[in-house]
Design a protein around this ligand. Structure first.
Ligand code: NAD
Length: 252
């Protein structure tokens, strides 16, 4: 049990990568709060957790400061601590900058960047108090390189990487380890939604797979393994990093 005794909160845990992280962390002995606005998805997450796992679900909108603060404080009060926070909830918009409406820009920034900011802000307060903690933010390769037709999304994920590094500089001596993960294309329900708008979904799927030099998309479970590595004390020297898990996408 790699996370036995730990208490973790995972946002965007009703689907895809967040669901895989919540289930893996619970399988590894953590008490996990799986949080999402999608309550149907959360029920699916709970059903995927192994028998006897301590996985609790709750509706949480990461863009709402009071909800985030109260949720983190309640978990910390109930368990005496909040060891690991994974700020993973995210939304995408497939558009070039001139095609991006202000509304889509604001929504992307609200979930992807403000949501991560709020999750970190209130986690750091608790973790400073308890003298330890781990924060993992889900960024993307889109925060490292330009991806076609993802202008707002790239900007939001670049912000997540920069915020992660800034916080790593500020809180290294507070014994809070802060990192982000940068997945390449991952075959989650998210990709399914993008492909459903594609004129030829099969061709779209092949093109998305071909973006990775290894010729396929990643799986949510592969990304969850990276989060597990960052959550464990064995990664104690990993701080302020943007861990790339992308099948080689950014290597070429
Ligand atoms: P997904 O759509 O399957 O899951 C995202 C989850 O976030 C959904 O369950 C959704 O309900 C939730 N969510 C959206 N807005 C929310 C809010 N305001 N509050 C709480 N939850 C909210 O997508 P995924 O592929 O699992 O993506 C998870 C994260 O990984 C995102 O941050 C995404 O940007 C990132 N990512 C995904 C890929 C990919 O190719 N799938 C690649 C790189 C990074």
């Amino acid at each position: 049990m790699k996370l036995g005794g730990k208490v973790a909160a995972v946002t965007g845990a009703g689907s895809g990568i967040g669901q895989a992280i919540a289930v893996l962390f619970a399988s590894e002995g953590a008490t996990v709060y799986a949080l999402d606005i999608d309550e149907t998805g959360l029920r699916e997450t709970a059903a995927k957790a192994p028998y006897g796992a301590r996985l609790y679900t709750q509706r949480l909108d990461v863009t709402q400061e009071e909800e985030v603060q109260k949720t983190w404080e309640r978990i910390a009060a109930e368990h005496g601590r909040l060891d690991i926070v994974v700020n993973n909830a995210g939304v995408g918009v497939a558009a070039t900058v001139d095609q991006t409406s202000l509304e889509d820009w604001e929504r992307t920034m609200a979930v992807n960047l403000r949501g991560v900011f709020l999750g970190c802000k209130h986690a750091v307060r608790i973790m400073k108090r308890q003298g330890a903690g781990v924060i993992i933010n889900t960024a993307s390769v889109a925060g490292l390189v330009g991806v076609k037709e993802r202008a707002a999304y790239c900007a939001s994920k670049g912000g997540v990487i920069a915020l992660t590094r800034a916080m790593a500089a500020d809180h290294a001596l507070d014994n809070i380890r802060i990192n982000c993960i940068c997945p390449g294309t991952v075959d989650s329900p998210w990709v399914g939604r993008i492909l459903s708008n594609h004129p030829n979904p099969e061709e779209g799927r092949r093109a998305m797979a071909a973006r990775q030099p290894i010729g396929r998309m990643g799986t949510p479970e592969e990304i969850a393994q990276a989060a597990l590595f960052l959550a464990q004390p064995e990664s104690s020297f990993v701080h302020g990093s943007a861990l790339v898990i992308d099948g080689g996408l950014t290597a070429v």
